[in-house]
Design a protein around this ligand. Structure first.
Ligand code: IMP
Ligand code: MG
Length: 194
C-alpha cells in the first residue's frame, strides 16, 4: 500500500495493488491544465478533432478537453494491443472505428501511455490514409525507454521510467482504471486478493 502523504482514504479494495503513487490527482490536474492551454494556443482558428483512444485515454481526454477553450469535435477509436498481459504482443487491431470524417481536419490523438509505440504507429498510419490536414500525438504518459518505433508524441503529460502503472484510465487486466491517481502496480499482487 502506498505511504505517500495523501489525505485520501486508501483503504478500499481498488487500492490494494497500489505500490507507489507517481502522480497525485492534483499534479495530474495541474499538468493537464497546462497542456490544454498550449493546445488551445497551437490550434486556434483550426478545425480541431480530438480522437480519444479507448479505453485508457477516457479520463485524460475528458479532463484535457475541458481545459481547451477553442471549438473542437471529439471522437473515439479503439485498438487492442496488450490483451491480458503486461507485455505487448506487438500486434494492433482496430476494434472500434471513428464516426467523424477526418479529411482536411487537424487531428490530435489522445492516448493514455506510449510504450513501444506500436499502437500509435498503427493508428497514425491508418489515419494518414484518410487525408487529414495534420496529425498530432498527445499522451498522458511517455515510457520512452521501451520505444521501438519512430512514434514521437507532440504533447506529453509526464515521462515515466520503465514501470507498469495503473490508475487514471490505465488498467491491469481491464481493472483498476478508476484509481484516481497514477501509481506503480505491486509485482506481488495476487489477482485472487480482490
Ligand atoms: P504500445 O503499443 O506498446 O505503445 O502500448 C500502448 C498501450 O499499452 C497503451 O495504450 C496501454 O493500453 C498499454 N500499456 C503500456 N504500458 C502500460 C502500463 O504501464 N500500464 C497499463 N497499460 C500499459
Ligand atoms: Mg490503451
Amino acid at each position: 500500500m502506498a505511504e505517500m502523504g495523501i489525505s485520501k482514504n486508501l483503504k478500499g479494495k481498488i487500492f490494494e495493488p497500489v505500490e507507489l503513487i507517481l502522480y497525485t490527482e492534483e499534479q495530474i490536474e495541474q499538468r493537464i491544465e497546462e497542456m490544454g492551454r498550449q493546445i488551445s494556443k497551437d490550434f486556434a482558428g483550426k478545425d480541431l478533432l480530438v480522437i480519444c483512444v479507448l479505453k485508457g485515454a477516457l479520463y485524460f481526454t475528458a479532463d484535457l478537453i475541458r481545459h481547451i477553450d477553442i471549438p473542437l469535435s471529439l471522437d473515439f477509436i479503439a485498438v487492442t494491443s496488450y490483451g491480458n498481459s503486461t507485455t505487448t504482443s506487438g500486434i494492433a487491431r482496430l476494434t472500434k472505428d471513428l464516426e467523424e470524417d477526418v479529411e482536411g481536419r487537424h487531428i490530435i490523438i489522445t492516448e493514455d501511455i506510449l510504450d513501444t509505440g506500436l499502437t500509435m504507429e498503427y493508428l497514425v498510419n491508418l489515419l494518414k490514409l484518410r487525408n487529414p490536414a495534420d496529425i498530432k500525438i498527445c499522451t498522458m504518459l511517455d515510457k520512452t525507454s521501451r520505444r521501438i518505433t519512430k512514434a514521437a508524441p507532440d504533447y506529453v503529460g509526464f515521462t515515466i521510467p520503465e514501470h507498469f502503472v495503473v490508475g487514471y484510465g490505465l488498467d491491469h487486466k481491464h481493472r483498476f482504471r478508476h484509481i484516481p491517481f497514477i501509481c506503480t502496480f505491486r509485482k506481488d499482487f495476487d489477482d485472487e486478493e480482490i
